[in-house]
Design a protein around this ligand. Structure first.
Ligand code: ZN
Length: 373
């Protein structure tokens, strides 16, 4: 009798083990993306900070902040590694590795970030949290075949025009501004800003400018990031990419992106990027803003590493909130992928981003589709 129970118990145990093993392997199985989507996406909005390469600057107070340490962690640098002599290389390598391992991403435009300049055109270090010089990002783009050079020049700096000529000759794909931390007034641009914009137009250099609320840095003069201000640039015929489509912040009691809806009807040279669009503070916005309101005008961006910074136990990107709206294959793909870039891309594709949407990013910056440096 006891023997029969033992056989029965062993059989049941074996069945349970077999079932759970099978269940486990089914859950763990990574899905392959459809061929036409593999290695296709160009990320038009991403950042790399630098700590000790020539010209790099982090304001000491900002360097000690919790915020900054979170950004560094998302860039692949633990807080114990901040003093490493090769910290900058660690960050570049972590980013390149993530892109190379991605099944869906092909490459990325990575941004320099200029500082705040006083009335004499000199750098004001007390108002600059982070400065990532063009020379550093140019150098990074020369080392990594799938990273492209996104320059940043504050037009208020002394030699802004000469630097514009230089970065253009180095193949910069765009100029990046965050007007509310750089002190750039686009609503009533002073003559030197006007002149800088005219030269950008002549060089056919696109402008990526932050619009909407800004909370990445220690301070911001929000009115300078009012989406309505970019009309000055649009009027000149310059290609403008309104970063994040102003999905955060209100201006005169109205959400920032509502102003872009009017501008996009009026100006064929206006685009938005969907960087940080899946971040938890923009919850519920994504489909409505990016897919329904700006058809044919949305460029693909991540805002790496900022979009991957999770706070207080929250995932930076929440897959579950999109479950009901996503195509089921891409939901399963997103659930199983180990690559956080692919997770983000799968959500966007699963919500309706098409291959034509993906190709638009190449077109705007004159990069041949799926090519690499
Ligand atoms: Zn950004």
């Amino acid at each position: 009798m006891a023997h029969r129970y033992l056989v029965l118990a062993t059989t049941v145990l074996c069945l349970v083990i077999a079932y759970t093993t099978q269940l486990h392997s089914r859950e763990d199985r990574i899905l392959k993306a459809p061929l036409q989507f593999r290695k296709t996406i160009l990320d038009v909005h991403s950042h790399i900070a630098c700590l000790n390469s020539p010209g790099c600057y982090i304001r000491p107070g900002f360097k000690d902040s919790f915020k900054f340490k979170m950004y560094m962690k998302a860039s692949g640098l633990e807080s114990t590694d901040l003093d490493r002599w090769d910290a900058d290389d660690v960050m570049v390598n972590a980013y390149v590795k993530r892109l190379n391992e991605s099944e869906l991403y092909n490459g990325a435009i990575v941004y320099a970030l200029d500082g705040y300049y006083d009335q004499n055109g000199n750098l004001d270090k007390s108002k600059t949290d982070i400065l990532v010089p063009n020379s550093y990002i140019y150098d990074v783009s020369q080392r990594a075949r799938n990273l492209y050079f996104g320059a940043s020049i504050n037009p208020n700096k002394k030699d802004a025009l000469a630097e514009l000529e230089l970065v253009h000759s180095q193949g910069a794909k765009l100029i990046k501004w965050i007007p509310c931390i750089m002190g750039i007034d686009l609503k009533n641009p002073p003559p030197h800003v006007d002149k800088f914009l005219d030269r950008m137009k002549e060089l056919e250099m696109p402008l990526v400018t932050h619009v909407g609320g800004e909370n990445t840095f220690s301070w911001a003069d929000e009115k300078l990031c009012d989406p309505r201000n970019i009309e000055t640039v649009l009027n000149k015929g310059i290609t403008v990419i309104a970063a994040h489509a102003a999905t955060s912040g209100k201006f005169d009691q109205k959400p920032g992106f509502t102003y872009l809806l009017d501008l996009v009807q009026k100006y064929p040279n206006l685009y938005v990027d969907n960087s940080a669009g899946l971040f938890v503070n923009r919850m519920g916005f994504y489909k409505n803003v990016f897919l329904n309101n700006f058809p044919g005008r949305v460029l693909q961006g991540t805002d790496y590493p900022l979009s991957y910074v999770g706070f207080a136990g929250f995932q930076a990107i929440s897959l579950s909130q999109f479950k009901g709206e996503m195509n089921s294959f891409w939901y399963q793909y997103a659930k199983r992928t180990k690559n956080i870039h692919d997770l983000e891309a799968a959500i966007k594709i699963g919500l309706g981003t098409t291959l034509d949407d993906i190709k638009l990013s190449y077109e705007i910056f004159g990069i041949p589709y799926k090519s690499q440096n």
